[in-house]
Design a protein around this ligand. Sequence first.
Ligand SMILES: *Cc1c(COP(=O)(O)O)cnc(C)c1O
Length: 427
Amino acid sequence: MDKKPFVTKEQLEIITKKYPTPFYLYDEKGIRENAERLKKAFAWNSGYREYFAVKATPNPYLLQILKEEGCGADCSSATELMMADAVGFSGHDIMFSSNETPPEEFALAERLGAVINLDDITHIECLEKTLGYIPETISCRYNPGGVFKISNEIMDNPGDAKYGMTTDQIVEAFRILKAKGARHFGIHAFLASNTVTNEYYPMLARILFELAVRLHQETGAHVAFINLSGGVGIPYRPDQEPNDIMAIGEGVRKVYEEVLVPAGMGDVSLCTEMGRFMTGPYGCLVTRAIHEKHTYKEYIGVDSCAVNLMRPAMYGAYHHITVAGKETAVCDHRYDIVGSLCENNDKFAIDRMLPEIEMGDLLVIHDTGAHGFSMGYNYNGKLKSAELLLKSDGTVQKIRRAETPQDYFATLDECPMMEKYRKHSEV
Ligand SMILES: *Cc1c(COP(=O)(O)O)cnc(C)c1O
């Protein structure tokens, strides 16, 4: 399938007159339409709700759009909780799925009324000590261990993952929590990341539904909700077949009717904590070609780097690239598209066939709407870019300004040597 950016060169030329590259651009219309499709796919489950994984794209304006679409927020840290709170998520709108959790973050989650999802059986004691009690509604994260395999391509090793409780532990955890006053229980598991298949959620659902029946029968606990978490992927490569969310919803429904309904558990609410699927395709990184280098290979240097988008450097991840305005040109040039870090893995693409790139061309790096900006860091003293929102009405709103040197030096606020650069951004 051809991958087309959601903006044209003409639009980008207008945007770049006001906002210098590099920047992230998000597509409100795409995010909303996708959220609507998801709701439709799970509409058969009356309690269904998506809790957007804030870590994927922690921007309050985007959270607000998803809130308007009926989503809750899935947080894993204090600052994510604060952002969710500020946007107006409250009480059970917030899922707190964290691990190795600092006690004060449990306390903040509880103050906001969030549903707390415990990653380990030992966290029961930590939570009780922190709060002085166990909340009435509580969730536990499960790890079935072993190897989880869907197809030849998708395999994950839950047995090697640091998350979740073993089967025996989760049974024991339910008993202990129940004895300590918990009344409504949730179960959560995340077994594979970025799955591009309609089989993942139904397979995960079967594992969790069977566990739910067992937990209910053995401990008498009321399983109120089952959380399929994240992991539904997106087609980063043009030759990948995208997930069909309607087929995924239908696949989960079949398992629900096969496992939960006969066990008298047809009132269990489902929830998801998707990040990538919700915003991934609806964001791009826009960057400009500023250097070309001909050595042992052909390089195009751009004005962004791995600090702005870490996935290629970190996982060798593929991100499709379109040269704006050359969408239909033949891809007869082989390039490495590189950033400016003093790190040889700072390459957005290696040996990528693209149209001839001229200096000043705008490059659209696709599918960066999740786990893109948010993974940013400041190595080499590089600064994070702005984030812009292409609104449904076609206008563009700056939803985060670019970092400045003052931001970078702000935490050296007690260092007199840095004073001049803390006050002035111009050299
Ligand atoms: C990262 C994460 C998610 C979101 O994962 P995606 O792959 O973006 O869907 C959901 N839940 C938890 C607990 C996570 O850590």
